[in-house]
Write a protein that binds this ligand. Structure first.
Ligand SMILES: CC(C)(COP(=O)(O)OP(=O)(O)OC[C@H]1O[C@@H](n2cnc3c(N)ncnc32)[C@H](O)[C@@H]1OP(=O)(O)O)[C@@H](O)C(=O)NCCC(=O)NCCS
Length: 157
């Protein structure tokens, strides 16, 4: 993971990270930012959940908080990108309501943009648009195990 998370994200994107902590242990995090090109778009650079806590609703919870914060910043579109070999994040983002942008090639049934990140580096592009302008319309239900939810605090830090 370290190649995806150079220190610059921890130095220069501090206000736009979400970290889920439980008893001072980091269980999951999102590194995201508002696009400098389009102020109504947010981009998720990376999401990670501790292996012991996956498939327990933590990723969904983090995304729910993130969508609400993003909406308050005036963002109407959230984008993220992954490699077609990353099946788990592809399924996860589809479950989170992201749609796959139509690309110019299909890999294992998924539409991709060929050579998007360089020669041989095809990518799946996801987007999620806010449905309506109602405040908190991104809100997600929290499916986290109660014992984790009780002890967890998600913070923007
Ligand atoms: C992807 C990741 C963040 C998901 O976090 P998580 O806490 O396990 O996700 P949740 O438990 O909140 O699951 C949310 C939904 O995604 C689905 N999902 C999660 N992991 C999945 C997987 N490996 N395969 C298929 N579906 C998956 C769940 O079934 C759930 O759907 P549902 O609520 O509709 O039933 C986590 O697996 C992870 O950290 N992976 C390694 C890092 C990574 O690949 N990051 C993405 C880089 S692009």
């Amino acid at each position: 993971m370290s190649d995806m998370l150079p220190k610059l994200f921890f130095e220069h994107f501090r206000p736009t990270r979400f970290v889920a902590e439980c008893n001072d242990n980091i269980l999951g995090f999102i590194v995201r930012f508002v696009s400098q090109t389009s102020s109504d778009e947010a981009y998720i650079h990376f999401v990670g959940v501790h292996p012991d806590f996956r498939k327990g609703g933590l990723g969904r919870t983090l995304y729910g908080r993130f969508f609400n914060a993003t909406s308050k910043l005036g963002c109407r579109v959230v984008r993220c990108v992954t490699s077609p070999v990353n099946r788990a994040p592809i399924s996860f983002h589809q479950r989170m309501g992201f749609v796959v942008e139509p690309g110019n090639k299909t890999v294992d049934g998924i539409s991709v943009f060929e050579n998007y990140d360089g020669v041989g580096e095809d990518r799946v592009l996801f987007s999620k648009r806010e449905a309506g302008s109602a405040r908190n319309s991104w809100r997600y239900s929290v499916g986290l195990a109660p014992e984790i939810r009780r002890n967890m605090r998600a913070k923007c830090c």
